[in-house]
Design a binder for this molecule. Sequence first.
Ligand code: KG4
Ligand code: ZN
Length: 337
Amino acid sequence: MDILAIESSCDETAAAVVRDGREIISSVVATQIEEHRLYGGVVPEIASRRHCESICGVVSEALEKAGMAAKDVDAIAVSFAPGLVGALLVGVNFAKGLAFSLGKPLIPVHHIRGHIAANYLAHKELEPPYMCLVVSGSHSHIVKVKSHTEFETLGRTIDDAAGEAFDKAARAMGFPYPGGVFIDSAAKLGDSSKYKLPRPHTPNPYDFSFSGLKTAVLNLIHNTEQRGEEIDVNSLSACFQETVCEMLTEKFISAAVENNYKTIAVAGGVAANSGLRSALSKAADEHGMTLFAPPLSLCGDNAAMIGCQGYYEFTAGNIAKTNLNAYATMPLDEVRW
Ligand code: KG4
Ligand code: ZN
């Protein structure tokens, strides 16, 4: 089954053709990051307009690279929640029009379910059940993946998402948006013991809290500057990254241990972080767990992951009608449309 998938939830317009949920036939991602960087973050109105301009070209390119015409695909999958509504609506309406005109099924895909599914594209042996840590620019979740379409969230952030914390701390340190990847590089050159950052506690042991950490980074920079001293950005990056990665890893691994999971996975943009990948892999080895992580090319937003999850949604009978709408928020274990 060949699925044409479309993704437009934030600042990437993406399209892909995925075969039987596991094989990427083509994948095209057009990023708008350079433009949003001028404003230090994603400007929703600009994102929607750029999706409008790019979507025809991106979908055509994905079909061309796959050597297919639109009529050759078996279904259209689209990211419909969560995300920036104006941005999602561009992909949703394009997918609706295409599905309607071709008489093909329209498959609604939850963006975060898509991030989790990115692992299936790279690891053919991975099958539920397993436990997944989802860390992106807007989500930090510990999730039981019970089947391809059944999930249970055990914990989540109570304030900022992990990626958001990286981006805010990076901004305070003078890095361009999105700063996660810059902190990752700078951390490799720094000494994480040079600074101390707090580890916020949460009432639910599986929840996360990152906003206090961001404030601590801002205060540390401010106080250092007031003393007329220079901040060591590499060491602050190393300390910040180590603190975030330890918090994520400790909570995630104890959730897996307490719930008897031996198979674990990580997904989302922050899954690209080298510190997180090595902390998780070390912890997995110590606990005799098997860890799956997507290749870096599939950690950030892309449409291949939407095509993969779309296959499993289709198999479970999840087909949308022509009144499909877009939603800014939606829990991944209570998907409705
Ligand atoms: O999943 P994603 O592409 O978009 C959302 O659905 O939110 O995640 C984007 C987030 C950004 O916050 C970005 O800074 C972060 O992922 N990110 C990283 C790294 N690469 C991307 N954070 C830390 N280290 C990285 N190497
Ligand atoms: Zn995403």
